[in-house]
Design a protein around this ligand. Structure first.
Ligand SMILES: Nc1ncnc2c1ncn2[C@@H]1O[C@H](COP(=O)(O)OP(=O)(O)OP(=O)(O)O)[C@@H](O)[C@H]1O
Ligand SMILES: [Mg+2]
Length: 248
């Protein structure tokens, strides 16, 4: 199996506001694509179209028919810590990723619980099994949501700005973990931190109403400009950090 999904001349709108226009884009097995672009450029909308939460206003998206619905997609939404103030435990949140897959609320099997336990350990969350979400740091919360996204063994993992909370102590492990997951699934990762992600992704898609695909992880400012992604370099602490300027 090679293809995961393909978009053909796809557009997406909110009412009369067209946010994605005439996008043709293909994702294959084992791709690791960084999705970049200015605020409001349509990155989150792109992920929602892939998830089927937003229907295209024109064009189409289709998935490889050999993929089972239940194994298609894991999703880590764009969040801020304030969004999550529920007294739900870490284990239950990770297990809820199974529930979405099963589409019915059933009792979790012993195997599911074992799997959640293994993921908790792998993500460095041991000891926090019973902690509730509102007690976690941003980085811990992000890892819990990653656990929730991967527990169903998806073939495609969508990450919307996972780096926002990645604390520096876990950063290497976080990207190391993604690299390991990439052996089993394709990854689309939205990020504003081109400097950080360019050493992890294999290619880039720049989204600013249009989508421009750049099939290499090495991307220069000039290329970004050529791809319609104006950028400016700023320094962020000691680390050179690239952000995108608003397009016209
Ligand atoms: N539910 C919605 N209803 C109406 N308009 C929306 C909705 N969600 C997003 N938009 C608009 O669609 C455009 C694209 O939004 P989107 O969230 O996809 O951008 P983004 O690239 O993810 O931005 P950011 O980098 O800030 O997360 C924006 O102009 C936004 O205001
Ligand atoms: Mg977004």
């Amino acid at each position: 199996m090679d293809l995961i999904f393909e978009m053909n001349s796809l557009s997406a709108s909110y009412g009369t506001n067209t946010v994605l226009e005439n996008v043709s884009f293909r994702v294959n097995e084992n791709d690791f694509i960084g999705v970049i672009g200015p605020n409001g450029g349509g990155k989150t909308t792109l992920l929602k179209v892939i998830l089927g939460l937003i229907k295209p206003s024109a064009g189409s998206i289709f998935f490889n028919s050999r993929l089972q619905d239940s194994e298609k997609i894991g999703y880590l939404p764009q969040i801020s810590t304030g969004d999550v103030d529920y007294p739900v435990s870490v284990t239950d949140v990770i297990l809820s990723g199974m529930m979405i897959r099963k589409r019915i609320i059933t009792r979790m099997s012993a195997d599911d619980r074992k799997k959640a336990g293994k993921i908790i350990e792998e993500l460095g969350l041991s000891g926090l099994e019973k902690a509730s979400l509102n007690e976690l740091s941003g980085g811990q919360l992000q890892r819990v949501l990653l656990g929730r996204a991967i527990i169903g063994d998806p073939k495609l993992l969508l990450l919307d700005e996972p780096g926002n909370f990645v604390d520096s102590t876990f950063e290497i492990d976080f990207y190391g973990k993604l690299k390991e997951l990439n052996n089993k699934m394709s990854i689309l990762m939205v990020s504003h931190d081109i400097g950080m992600i360019s050493s992890h992704v294999r290619s880039f898609a720049c989204v600013n109403r249009k989508l421009r695909y750049h099939p290499s992880s090495e991307i220069t400012n000039e290329q970004l400009l050529a791809y319609g992604c104006p950028i400016q370099l700023i320094t962020h602490g000691d680390v050179p950090h690239t952000v995108l300027k608003q397009h016209n």
